[in-house]
Design a protein around this ligand. Structure first.
Ligand SMILES: Cc1ncc(COP(=O)(O)O)c(C=O)c1O
Length: 483
């Protein structure tokens, strides 16, 4: 049986269903499988021609026992999770003409136009499947820096076993992202705007953590989360690394570099797990904006929680990279006691310095860069004027980071840059970067245009009273929905 344990070592091992439904382990740690499946090159070669959903099925089967989900049901759950994608290939690629060896992996063709759709549809489908089988219901809470919320809200439409509460910090996300949540009319989807957050979505993550710790409240609402603390999200995100690799290399066995715009480290944690499973990775290029918490961890071995800066790549305005701890668990050889000790110290002091040996160990294979807004805007403009291809601000951060570390990359190896959002989610930034140039068609999307002509349905409260207002509203809704 495949078992899951907490990165902090508390509690007993659980099966996949419990790990997904709990979201966070009871001791506050993150769920991880007790061991990772290994994939050799012969196996990778066999996967070379698979389409996205068939590859996802092969990889997911390595993490989920047949006794928990039958193969037939797993295949249906996966197929159903990708039907709303706008592109027939689900994840297409674009070879940059103005950069040698850079390929863009377009992860943004899902229903809410960001890479979050790639795993979110599946995880919400899993919740609904497990809950219906048990005859149970759950409330899901999600804090968003702009893209997780819309993906969770869309995926919840029509799921009778779930209510989803998406919390977003006013002023830290774009109007387009906001409307993706607030124009959904489904009665089980609730958007909550929090005003005056000093640190954006990090503040809301802290609220959710505090509410999860209130046993009575958590029990009444049967609360869980589909933020990237949920193992299901990370597990499904390993697939696009394998898929991107198989598409990009000339021959299986060759190494490939990956450039990843990073915030909470969920996406790169999935990449690191793929590497641990046997994917031939050259370097990971960890791309931060001016919120460079992760860059400092990898470059200097120092974790420090700073005030969040509002950047043009707003979805990575994050200074709490929660999934770094899940990565670290594997990087240091599965030592939960150490993770527990270090996490607690980091949370208590908002700062932690890793010893040199540990720093060397976990930073192996990583290059890092912190990209300014100016460089992000210039990169969008440069690529568009040279080859008529429009990057969103997050993909631009990845491309600019690749430029910055290119001396440290082998000339022969290709770089796959993960484009994590559609440029249409950031029209004001695109306009600013293109200056006097004509605004191209890709800077808009029909689904976002449609959202402009719907009323908004949203709860609102201030940061200062959110610890009372949000749970009160959720409890009142629960009582009312039971009557
Ligand atoms: C567009 C975009 N790019 C990158 C990221 C960063 O992903 P992660 O938080 O998994 O590092 C996010 C999510 O926060 C995002 O929405």
């Amino acid at each position: 049986m495949i078992e899951y344990v907490s990165t902090k070592g508390g509690g007993s091992p659980v099966n996949f269903e419990t790990a997904v439904l709990n979201g966070l382990a009871p001791d506050g740690g993150l769920y991880v499988p007790t061991s990772l499946p290994k994939i050799d090159l012969a196996h990778l070669q066999l996967w070379k021609e698979l389409n996205y959903t068939d590859l996802a099925f092969e990889i997911m089967s390595l993490f989920i026992d047949e006794a928990v989900i039958s193969s037939q049901d797993l295949r249906t759950l996966i197929n159903d999770s990708f039907t709303a994608f706008y592109h027939s290939e689900i994840i297409p690629f674009y070879h940059l003409a103005s950069r040698k060896n850079i390929i863009i992996q377009e992860l943004f063709h899902g229903p809410t136009l960001s890479f979050k759709d790639v795993a979110m549809g599946f995880v919400v489908n899993l919740f609904n499947y497990f809950l219906k089988r048990k005859g149970d219901k759950m409330s899901i809470m999600v804090a968003t820096s702009g893209d997780t919320g819309p993906a969770a809200a869309f995926a919840t439409i029509g799921k009778e076993a779930l209510d989803t509460w998406t919390l977003y910090p006013e002023g830290f996300i774009t109007e387009e992202q906001e409307r993706q949540m607030t124009t959904i009319t489904a009665s089980n989807v609730h958007a909550v705007r929090i005003t005056n957050c000093p640190n954006g979505s990090d503040d809301l993550d802290e609220l959710i953590t505090a509410l999860f710790a209130k046993k009575n409240f958590k029990g009444k609402l049967n609360l869980s989360s589909v933020n990237s603390i949920n193992w299901g999200r990370i597990m499904m995100q390993t697939v696009h690394y394998f898929y991107g690799y198989l598409h990009s290399v000339d021959a299986v066995g060759e190494s490939l570099n990956f450039a990843v715009p990073s915030g909470a480290f969920g996406n790169l944690c999935a990449g690191s797990i793929a590497r641990e499973m046997g994917l031939p990775v050259g370097k990971f290029i960890l791309a931060n904006n001016q919120n460079n918490c992760l860059q400092r961890i990898f470059a200097d071995g120092i974790y420090r929680k700073d005030k969040v800066i509002n950047c043009v790549s707003s979805a990575i305005d994050i200074s709490l990279p929660i999934n770094f701890w899940r990565y670290l668990y594997f990087a240091i050889g599965q030592k939960p006691q150490k993770i527990k000790e270090w996490m607690s110290e980091a949370e208590k002091n908002n700062r932690f310095t890793f010893d040199e040996a540990t720093h060397q160990q976990f930073s192996k294979g990583f290059l890092t860069a912190s990209i300014s807004d100016e460089l992000t805007l210039n990169t969008i403009r440069e690529i568009y004027s040279k080859e008529n291809y429009l990057l969103d601000p997050h993909a631009a951060v990845a491309v600019a980071a690749t430029d910055q570390v290119k001396e440290e990359l082998s000339n022969e190896l290709k770089v796959l840059c993960l484009a994590t959002a559609h440029p249409a989610k950031f029209p004001a930034i695109i306009k600013k970067s293109l200056g006097g140039l004509n605004i191209p068609l890709e800077a808009s999307h029909p689904s976002l245009e449609e959202a402009k002509v719907y009323c908004q349905k949203v709860y609102e409260c201030d940061y200062l009273n959110m610890h009372q207002s949000v749970p009160n509203t959720m409890l009142a809704y629960l009582i009312q929905s039971k009557n």
